[in-house]
Design a protein around this ligand. Structure first.
Ligand SMILES: NC(=O)c1ccc[n+]([C@@H]2O[C@H](COP(=O)([O-])OP(=O)(O)OC[C@H]3O[C@@H](n4cnc5c(N)ncnc54)[C@H](OP(=O)(O)O)[C@@H]3O)[C@@H](O)[C@H]2O)c1
Length: 334
C-alpha cells in the first residue's frame, strides 16, 4: 500500500511516499480502508523525535493520527463492527499510521462516524475532539455556568473545545488574532480576546478552568485568571509525574518530569489551583458520545483546507505555520 513514512527522526525532516506492506491484522483489530486523514502537531513532534522517549516508533514508520474510512474486515473477536461500516478514530499510541491507504486499528479505538459528516469532515474530529472531551468532561468536569478559558480558539483543539464547553453550559473566553474573532464568536465564544492587542491576564478573572495550549509564559499567566480551586489543564506541557506514572516511565523520566513541572506546580499551589498535564488517549467510547453531539447539531467540524493525499507533506508544512483555522484534512482515497 502507499503511505507517507518517516525514514529517520529529524527536526523538520521530510516525509517520503513509499510502498509499505499491508497492515498486520489481529483478533481484536479492524482493518480500515482510509478515506481521509487529518494533520496534528503531534505528527510534527513525533517526526522530529521530540517524543521518542515515551513514544518509541522505530523508523521507518508511517505517520498520521486521525482517520475516517470504511471497514474491510474485522478480527475474530470483533462483534461491534462489520465490513462496510463507516468509522472514524484516533489509533492508540504506537499504532498510529493514518497517512496510508489501509490501517489495522484496535476496535476499542474506533466508533461509527457521525452520519451527518462527510469522510473528510469526520477525519478532522478524533484527536482534537478526544483532547477537548478528556480536558473538559473527564478531567475538568465542567458544569453549567462555570467560566472556561480556552486558548487559541481558532486552532484544531480550540474550535472543538469552544463548542463542547458551550454545550456543557459554560461561559467561554478564548484568544485568537484579529482575523479570527468572527470565527470564534460563531462557534459560541462569549469573550474573544485579540492576543495581538490585548493581554488576557488583564481581561479575565475568577475562571474555573483554563485549557492551556501555548508556551510557558502563557501557562504562568493562566494561573492568575483562575479562582482558588480552579483547574489549569495544559496540553502543551510541562508533563508531570502522574503523566509519567500513567505511562509507567522509569524513575529517571519521572524525576525529569518532576523537575519540568516544579515551577508551575509551585505557582499553582500558591494560588490554590490544580495543575495537570493532559496527553490525550485513543477512546472509541468517547468518540461515540462525540458523534451523537455532532449528529444532534451541537458541534460542527471546522475544516480549513483539504489537501490531496500526494500533498500530505505540504499539508503538514501548512499546519506547522501555526496559522490553521480549525483542521487540515488529507483526502486519502479519491
Ligand atoms: N497533549 C495533548 O494531548 C494534545 C492534543 C492536541 C494538541 N496538543 C497541542 O496543543 C497545541 C495546539 O494544538 P492545535 O492542534 O489546536 O494547533 P493548531 O490548530 O495548529 O493551532 C493553530 C491556531 O493557533 C492560533 N494561535 C497561534 N498562536 C496563538 C497565540 N499566541 N494565542 C492564541 N492563539 C494562537 C492560531 O490563530 P491565529 O492564526 O489567529 O494566530 C491558529 O488558528 C499544540 O502544541 C499541540 O501539539 C496537545
Amino acid at each position: 500500500m502507499k503511505a507517507f513514512i518517516v525514514d529517520k527522526y529529524k527536526k523538520m525532516g521530510p516525509l517520503r511516499l513509499a510502498d509499505m506492506p499491508d497492515p498486520q491484522f489481529g483478533a481484536n483489530d479492524v482493518l480500515v480502508r482510509i478515506e481521509a486523514s487529518a494533520i496534528n502537531l503531534l505528527d510534527s513532534k513525533v517526526r522530529d523525535g521530540e517524543f521518542k522517549l515515551f513514544l518509541p516508533y522505530r523508523p521507518p514508520f508511517i505517520l498520521g493520527h486521525d482517520l475516517a474510512g470504511t471497514v474491510l474486515r474485522v478480527g475474530a473477536n470483533i462483534r461491534q463492527f462489520k465490513a462496510g461500516d463507516e468509522v472514524y478514530g484516533r489509533p492508540r499510541d504506537l499504532r498510529a499510521g493514518t497517512f496510508a491507504e489501509f490501517i489495522a486499528v484496535d476496535a476499542a479505538d474506533l466508533a461509527l462516524k457521525p452520519t451527518s459528516l462527510s469522510m473528510e469532515q469526520a477525519a478532522s474530529i478524533p484527536l482534537v475532539g478526544l483532547t477537548a472531551w478528556q480536558a473538559l468532561v473527564e478531567v475538568g468536569k465542567v458544569k453549567p455556568s462555570q467560566k472556561v478559558f480556552i486558548q487559541a480558539g481558532s486552532g484544531g483543539v480550540g474550535t472543538f473545545a469552544i463548542q463542547l464547553a458551550k454545550h456543557l453550559g459554560a461561559t467561554v473566553a478564548t484568544t485568537t488574532s484579529t482575523a479570527n474573532i468572527a470565527l470564534v464568536k460563531s462557534l459560541g465564544a462569549d469573550v474573544a480576546i485579540d492576543y495581538k492587542t490585548q493581554d488576557f491576564e488583564q481581561v479575565l478573572s475568577g475562571y474555573d478552568l483554563v485549557l492551556n495550549s501555548q508556551d510557558a509564559k502563557t501557562l504562568a499567566k493562566s494561573v492568575n485568571v483562575l479562582k482558588p480551586g480552579g483547574k489549569l489543564i495544559s496540553i502543551s506541557g510541562p508533563p508531570d509525574v502522574p503523566f509519567a506514572r500513567s505511562l509507567r516511565l522509569n524513575l529517571f523520566l519521572r524525576f525529569v518530569m518532576r523537575v519540568l513541572s516544579r515551577g508551575i506546580l509551585k505557582k499553582a499551589k500558591i494560588r490554590g489551583v490544580d495543575y495537570s498535564f493532559l496527553f490525550m488517549r485513543a477512546e472509541g467510547q468517547q468518540l461515540r458520545e462525540i458523534a451523537k453531539l455532532i449528529d444532534a447539531g451541537a458541534i460542527r467540524p471546522v475544516v480549513d483546507k483539504v489537501f490531496p493525499f500526494a500533498q500530505t507533506p505540504e499539508a503538514l508544512a501548512y499546519v506547522e505555520t501555526g496559522r490553521a483555522k480549525g483542521k487540515v484534512v488529507i483526502a486519502v482515497s479519491q
